[in-house]
Design a protein around this ligand. Structure first.
Ligand code: UDP
Length: 323
């Protein structure tokens, strides 16, 4: 299939592109490289350096790619940043996404696969979280993704553009070739591994007074290769709607640090800090719908495997990608 992949130079997109090329798809990556890295784009893919804010540019690139499906990873995706710069989130994640949708409709694209997030739910009234929970986001990041989910429903109804939207829990891990390199790193696992690599003295535990067993936030970590596989399954005709992607098991910040110590064999000093604004205490997926309807089977469900793959990549690429 001819795939048009936005954000294909980013963390999750890079591993999707790798797996899509492996599966025999023809991939065009569309990325502005503000978050992504040119070196993170699989050499089998075409690369277009451009911005989704440019409506005419995205339409032209879509036609040139003869896209049959769009896989839309490009986004601003930091909860904390969204609390201080909401404008960036609504522009990038909603307005620029609409430019992409319009180009897809104009080009006669059949399927649109969207990276949504468990942050659309806000603090859930129960865990594990299925797709029927009410969505009450508590940060502009989650709100912007929820807004785009609503846009997708209207475009399906009014333009016949079919979609699958995946609500990711916490993306983590790496493939042998591609891994996590954010220019400003705010995520837990890479920050903990930087301490193990000797690049940082200590990791901050952001909040120790949450209503959880050890007082730190609980998240459901999911390997990016497993996320990538779900996207490939979603391209088949007949699949439509919203799916959670997670492993159904939660780990606290302290448990993640302990796993990183065990996997790396290094002592990782941690300091207790105040909460980060916008963080829900506990997010754990029920991914039964993806397992049953898409036939999705996570291959790296254990937190130790996820951390080990990240550790292998960071040791191999201590400075990340060359830029
Ligand atoms: N966190 C932390 N120290 C860090 C980075 C993150 O304690 O250096 C916490 C954060 O507050 C959250 C969890 O780890 O509770 C996961 O954060 P991350 O940014 O990795 O993902 P998010 O859940 O925000 O998407």
């Amino acid at each position: 299939m001819n795939l048009f992949v936005t954000g294909g130079a980013g963390y999750i997109g890079s591993v999707f592109v790798e797996e899509a090329c492996q599966a025999g798809h023809q991939v065009t990556v569309f990325d502005n490289l503000t978050e992504g890295h040119r070196a993170a784009v699989d050499s089998r893919a075409r690369f277009v350096l451009a911005d989704l804010a440019d409506r005419a540019g995205v339409a032209a690139a879509m036609r040139e790619a003869e896209a049959e499906a769009v896989v839309h990873f490009a986004a601003s995706a930091l909860v904390g940043e969204s609390m201080t710069n909401p404008s960036k989130y609504f522009r990038n994640n909603v307005a620029n996404g609409v430019n992409l949708l319009d180009a897809a409709v104009e080009a006669g694209v059949k399927k649109f696969v969207f990276s949504s997030t468990c942050a659309t739910y806000g603090p859930p009234e129960r865990v594990p979280m299925d797709e029927n929970l009410p969505q009450h986001p508590i940060n502009p990041y989650g709100e912007s993704k929820l807004m785009f989910e609503q846009v997708l429903k209207w475009y399906r109804e009014l333009h016949g553009l079919d979609f699958v939207a995946f609500r990711y829990f916490n993306a983590a891990g790496a493939s042998a070739q591609f891994g996590e390199h954010h220019r400003i790193e705010t995520h837990l696992i890479p920050n903990v591994l930087k301490v193990a690599l000797g690049q940082k003295d200590q990791v901050d535990i952001l909040g120790t007074d949450y209503p959880t067993a050890d007082g730190t936030c609980i998240r459901d970590y999911i390997h990016i290769a497993d996320l990538a596989q779900a996207h490939l399954l979603a391209l088949a005709p007949g699949h439509t709607g919203f799916f959670n992607l997670g492993n159904g098991e939660g780990f606290s910040v302290r448990e993640v640090i302990a796993t990183c110590e065990q996997v790396s064999g290094k002592k990782i000093p941690a300091v207790e800090k105040p909460r980060r604004a916008g963080d829900p205490p506990k997010l754990i997926a029920s991914a039964g719908k993806a397992l049953n309807q898409l036939g999705w089977k996570p291959r790296f469900a254990k937190i130790e495997e996820i951390v080990a793959s990240a550790w292998a990549w960071h040791r191999e690429h201590p400075a990340g990608y060359p830029d």
